[in-house]
Design a protein around this ligand. Structure first.
Ligand SMILES: Cc1cc2nc3c(=O)[nH]c(=O)nc-3n(C[C@H](O)[C@H](O)[C@H](O)COP(=O)(O)OP(=O)(O)OC[C@H]3O[C@@H](n4cnc5c(N)ncnc54)[C@H](O)[C@@H]3O)c2cc1C
Length: 406
């Protein structure tokens, strides 16, 4: 459970910790790290700019990359109860009918389960046991002084709300991270697809263990199951008009899409004003600087195309927590450097995969759509998943990494 807790109260609870840690951003990465550090006896201060815990929410498909973190958090059973197996992936061509349907769950099974969960339910699972968070709070400035960092906090209106001194500041404030601008992390590469996606929830009218995607000519429609319903996303170029017109265009262009995708369009229409996500990302040159790290989307932000950003964020947070186990301010820098050396290439390779998929998915043009569909028909599921399977099959070992960092 997220426990709204004043900044001062959190600073007092932390004062005798062997490592004073600040986590900026109570999202998927920040909460995973916070909970694991608490299990290891620390009291990280956690702040989040959001006024409260009422995040708009969306669906997440999680790769088995998350299993070791869930085991260490002691919440694997809670996770299974709150999520649903994602056994199949079904692709529709740009005119509607199904192109292929693959047993994705079976392909991933040697490494663990592929499951669908609502972001809010995942936050509940990750915070089992409780995590104090100061909501409505952000960081205004970070000053390095000696071996520590002095942090000035502000509220959402920019008014000063206090200061703290920390051995490690963790920027886990998501894809449009402000911490990335406050820390000397080098250049930040971004990809802006020029597309955005409306997100809504719908009743499920189909096989509740299957995700479906329609790669259209100038639009993309996907449904992804979570327990009891499906998450829907409808993407279109930013220069396209409003939701009603785009839905009408999808209905006109794609026939025979089946009750599930048709129901998804109806649900978007009923939602009226669904949340619109911009489909852009960011990649920071450095993750580790003296006294601070970037974590999750703040370090390498993900387009939702590969369905792996949250999985990688959880893995990175778990590796970081395990490598911080027993560390003190003097042993920490070498461990952080080793963490970056191991995690950054893995995350960036997953991010590159999501960028490649975006180039294929977010396109206009009938010729492009036909060529894409020919490629999709010919490629085996294992070949398509090769970059992801490589990541899932070879997860790094934090114990060996700590030994190397000595
Ligand atoms: C529509 C959609 C679908 C997705 N689908 C999938 C999927 O199927 N599978 C998958 O693995 N990934 C998916 N992702 C990606 C995944 O959600 C992210 O990669 C993941 O949430 C990253 O976790 P994070 O903790 O780094 O960032 P977030 O979870 O975004 O958390 C960032 C937190 O920082 C807070 N914050 C922001 N700015 C500040 C600030 N200045 N100060 C303090 N706090 C701040 C925010 O309020 C938030 O709580 C999807 C993303 C979207 C948008």
């Amino acid at each position: 459970m997220l426990e709204p807790t004043a900044l001062d109260t959190q600073l007092t609870a932390q004062q005798d910790d062997r490592l004073r840690v600040l986590i900026v951003g109570a999202g998927i990465a920040g909460l995973t790290l916070a909970r694991l550090l608490r299990i290891d006896g620390l009291h990280p201060v956690v702040v989040d700019r959001a006024p409260d815990s009422s995040h708009p929410g969306y669906m997440l498909a999680l790769m088995p990359l998350v299993d070791r973190a869930l085991d260490d958090l002691g919440v694997h059973e809670e996770y299974r109860r709150a999520s649903t197996p994602l056994d199949r992936f079904t692709f529709h061509g740009h005119r509607g009918p199904v192109l292929r349907s693959d047993p994705l769950g079976e392909v991933l099974l040697p490494y663990g389960e592929y499951r669908g969960i609502d972001r809010g339910a995942l936050v509940e699972v990750l915070t089992t046991g409780g995590i104090p968070v100061a909501f409505g709070t952000t960081v205004a400035a970070v000053h390095r002084s000696g071996d520590a960092s002095r942090v000035a906090f502000a509220d959402r209106e920019g008014r000063a709300v206090g200061e703290g001194v920390f051995d490690l500041v963790v920027g886990a404030d998501g894809v449009h991270s402000r911490m990335r601008r406050l820390l000397p992390v080098g250049t930040v590469g971004t990809v802006d697809t020029g597309w955005s996606g409306w997100v809504a929830w719908a009743d499920d009218h189909g096989d509740s263990s299957s995700a479906e995607e329609l790669w259209g000519n100038g639009f993309f429609l996907g449904v992804y199951p979570v327990p009891g319903r499906v998450g829907v996303i409808l993407c279109r170029p930013d220069d396209d008009p409003d939701l009603t017109t785009v839905i009408a265009e999808v209905r006109r262009a794609a026939h025979g899409i089946g009750p599930r995708l048709a129901g998804a369009l109806d649900a978007l229409e009923r939602t009226g004003d669904p949340y619109l996500w911009r489909l852009d990302d960011a990649r920071s040159e450095r993750w580790v600087v003296p006294g601070a790290v970037l974590l999750g989307d703040a370090a390498a932000g993900f387009l939702p195309t590969a369905g792996i950003g949250a999985g990688m964020a959880i893995e990175s947070a778990w590796m970081l927590a395990r490598m911080m186990r027993g560390a003190d301010p003097s042993s920490l820098p070498a461990r952080l450097a080793e963490w970056e050396r191991l995690e950054k290439p893995r995350v960036e390779s997953a991010q590159s995969n999501s960028r490649t998929l975006a180039k294929m998915m977010f396109r206009r043009g009938v010729a492009v759509a036909w060529m894409r569909e020919t490629a999709v028909r010919m490629m085996s599921i294992r070949a398509a998943l090769k970059p992801i399977l490589a990541l899932v099959a070879e997860q790094p070992d934090p114990t060996a990494a700590v030994i190397r960092a000595r």
